[in-house]
Design a protein around this ligand. Structure first.
Ligand SMILES: [Ca+2]
Length: 259
């Protein structure tokens, strides 16, 4: 009996890729999705990548053909994250319209100089927000406060290169510009933009929600071989003067990339 089972599973393992290929050519995949994770450079499918929707507490893995299924868990904008050892963490803001079509997600091999500061999703603000705020319906995490800060070392040779803070995804920003572009449905208020500080100096304001936002770090501010500090402060509701109302936002995948 045991032997028969082992043989049976062995057969399944061998047969599975062929079986899946046959299915993708057939009618069975219509409406099922056909989402795939591939290597951005070679287009080769990536098996065993973790695909998650952190705001939905959903996580799955790609199969041997790189395929994955989100099981129809999408309505409004939400962040989809893809992680695989040896690759840069990747995140993308998707919604039901995007998820309704097959998604091919290309991920990039990580560079030895990449420095991952934060791969989890973090919530900045005060947990007081309107349901009309950008993507507020998906907020589940408790706020860590109005700002995020982290210290890290950068190698001496970073000064000869271009260095960027890369923020994988941001949702929830309620600036005037975000409202104008209909990223939220707030009618009567808007917030100042989140601000990014490097070693105490403001280097950027983030006006819009979106993915893969790259902020150049002026090399003159970098302390090589010493501790450097990055701080991201969320904005404030500019129409609320009775008390301070921080803009509630969620950020995922903060890294330093050197090129
Ligand atoms: Ca708030």
């Amino acid at each position: 009996m045991k032997k028969a089972l082992i043989v049976f599973f062995y057969f399944l393992l061998i047969a599975q890729p062929i079986f899946a290929d046959a299915l993708t050519g057939g009618v069975s995949t219509v409406g099922v999705g056909g989402n795939k994770v591939v290597d951005a450079a070679t287009q080769a499918p990536i098996a065993g990548a973790t695909v998650s929707l952190p705001q939905k507490n959903f996580s799955t893995q790609t199969d041997s053909n790189g395929n994955f299924d989100l099981k129809g868990k999408i309505k409004n904008d939400t962040v989809m994250s893809v992680e695989k050892e040896g690759y840069r963490p990747f995140s993308l803001t998707i919604n039901d319209m995007i998820a309704a079509k097959p998604m091919i997600v290309g991920i990039q091999k990580s560079n030895v100089a990449d420095l991952m500061l934060e791969s989890a999703m973090i919530h900045l603000g005060d947990d007081n927000f309107s349901k009309n705020s950008a993507n507020a319906s998906d907020f589940q995490l408790k706020s860590v406060g109005p700002f995020y800060t982290k210290t890290f070392k950068l190698a001496a040779n970073t000064l000869t290169k271009a260095n960027y803070i890369v923020i994988g995804s941001i949702i929830g920003i309620d600036t005037y510009l975000a409202r104008s572009l209909k990223q939220n449905s707030v009618k009567n208020s808007y917030a100042s933009p989140p601000e990014v500080y490097f070693n105490g100096r403001k280097i950027a304001e983030i006006q819009l929600n979106g993915d893969n936002q790259r902020i150049k770090i002026p090399n003159s501010l970098i302390l090589s071989d010493q501790l450097n500090e990055i701080t991201i402060k969320t904005g404030r509701n500019l129409m609320q003067s009775a008390y301070v109302d921080y803009d509630d936002i969620e950020i995922m995948n903060i890294s330093i990339q050197t090129e």
